[in-house]
Design a protein. Sequence first.
Length: 706
Amino acid sequence: MSKHSILLKDLNPQQRDAVLHTEGPLLVLAGAGSGKTKVITYRFAYIGTALKVPPTSILTMTFTNKAAEEMKQRIESLINKSVKGLWIGTFHSMCNRILRREIEKLGFKRDFTIYDENDSCSLIRSILKEFRIHEALYKGISSKITSLKASLTGPKEFLVMTNNDADNYGFDEKFARVYVRYQEDLKKNNALDFDDLIMHTVKLFEGNPAVLKKYHDEFVYMMLDEFQDTNAAQYRLSRLLAGTRNNICVVGDDDQSIYRFRGADVKNILNFEKDFPKTKIVRLEQNYRSTQNILDAAGGIISQNPLRKPKKLWSEKGEGEKIFYCNTDDEKEEARYIAKSIRGLFLKGKHTYSDFAVLYRVNLQSRGLEEAMREFSLPYKVFGGISFYQRKEIKDIISYLKVVTNTHDSISLKRVINCPPRGIGAATLTRIENEARKKDKSLFETMKQIANGNGTATGAKGKVSGFVRLIEELANSKSADAASLLKQIIEKTEYLKWIGEDRADNVMELIDSAEGKDLQSFIDTAALYSNMDEPQKGDFISLMTLHSAKGLEFPVVFITGVEDGLLPHFHAAKNPEELQEERRLFYVGMTRAKDLLVLSAARKRKLYSLIQKQEPSRFLSEIPEGCCYYIEKRPIREMIPSPVKMPMPVVDSDFFSTGSRVKHPKWGMGVVRDCYGETDDLKVMVNFPSIGIKRLSLKLAHLEKL
């Protein structure tokens, strides 16, 4: 049997159909948990083995470094060859690779620096300070620039728009001045921000037909993952690279398009077959993750969106547990209910802590959850915080690398000029910056002149000279090996002595990760790293936003704050498109669950310093009948029927809560480990030291609360 025949045996009929269609455009509508990564990796291997296409001619792009690494590992195991040097990676990393070859055609040098969000904001703040515009506006300006670049609107195009109709863009000519200056300073620093990587690649191809043809010849096949998340710039890039051959395969799920706020446009996948005539459409509807009950509930909700491509997910895992929805008095009670439920499930011995995820709409919801986790002594980790590469000590050392490889990078230079302190104060640095601006030179060039006794800031000659000498020594001795240069930096700067032991450990971890790595690629990896790439290893409960949970799966998932105003978020109430996106976000959260899904809400909640009455989410009424148990969380003495007209409510009792001590007429004293069941037949699980664990009906056991 041939190798490609063996590959096909591992696929279901729809997956096989997608792999075998190799000529012309292909749209794979991959429902949640349907094995889309398997289709991409097997299709890569099939094209290489059956069609004898060189692996270097297959461009494969996705959105996160984590997803790209998984693809590389799977492809490597399928083709039994190293994937080093192949065109497999994120949109941004692949564009970076192209620009490293071709960017001189756009007036940049090949050793350009990539600015992450923190670097970009630093540059914007310095421009606002110079223009005497309130610095607190920097985040809004940064967000607007990102949005404009996602739609391929550079400063020149924006100036035309503002001249025609400034009111439509929310900023006056002051913003236009900042945007123009921002792009000018990036070029002066020989730097690109994250969004420039896509925009400049599109500009390169559209302005240089010969370069575009070169990549048409290089890439015979193209596969794009998570296509529902593409913005206008990424879609334009895809169309340019598809060329006339049109061997483009896009894989995605319009029901999981949740990044509209980043510029993602669900219409890219909805209209794909219009833009690419004769597109073959394959639907992957067999779900390998969740039970049927979870899929039916999630499917009932997402089916209410009018603009979507219908899919009916099914599973061979069986019906499974019903979804639980618990309505509590306030957010503290909600958090305690979740923590107590996790502890109860853990004590039953079927789950480790890493099996649990608690998802929420906005980050401020995590505070109460963290308090409850600590109260019940449960290990947890909050995702979406500061990533490894954003820690101060790591940013400092990476900034040294950036300056050494690109001395025009003024943002990185200003970051490290006093790390450790060298006595070059803010006033001195401002004078040097002003001089650099007047002479239209880089900050480092100006510092070199001062070190040589020229310029107006010669009073700082001694301090500046030492820094200039350090950077030049490092630049002259640098090798292609990232780890060796890192070691030289910490040795020559004595940085570790300055930061303390804990932070020094992080720097040493950085050096370990750099062993054997090429210097430029190591710097680029740090710049292109995001919170979504953080590893999730360890036995802890995962706390994260619904947006952060995309692409993950857990045996047990809790979704908190299922209330109007939170989910859907209040800003979506009057906008049909945003309301549809909120429904997709809820759908994504629900389909992260493999075996058990618990939804929770509060009748009142403190939001933005105000205690507000909350109504259950309108999405709850869209769950098909029979999929969900509704829980009214009240003390046993105050049980009332659930206000939601749904199946028989399940009541969680505070009276016999986990950890409370009880007395049985026959077995004596014991400790309650769990309390569960329906209103008319509550049951408890009690650990009696004399005989062990017993499950008892409260109606019959005659337990006395101690």
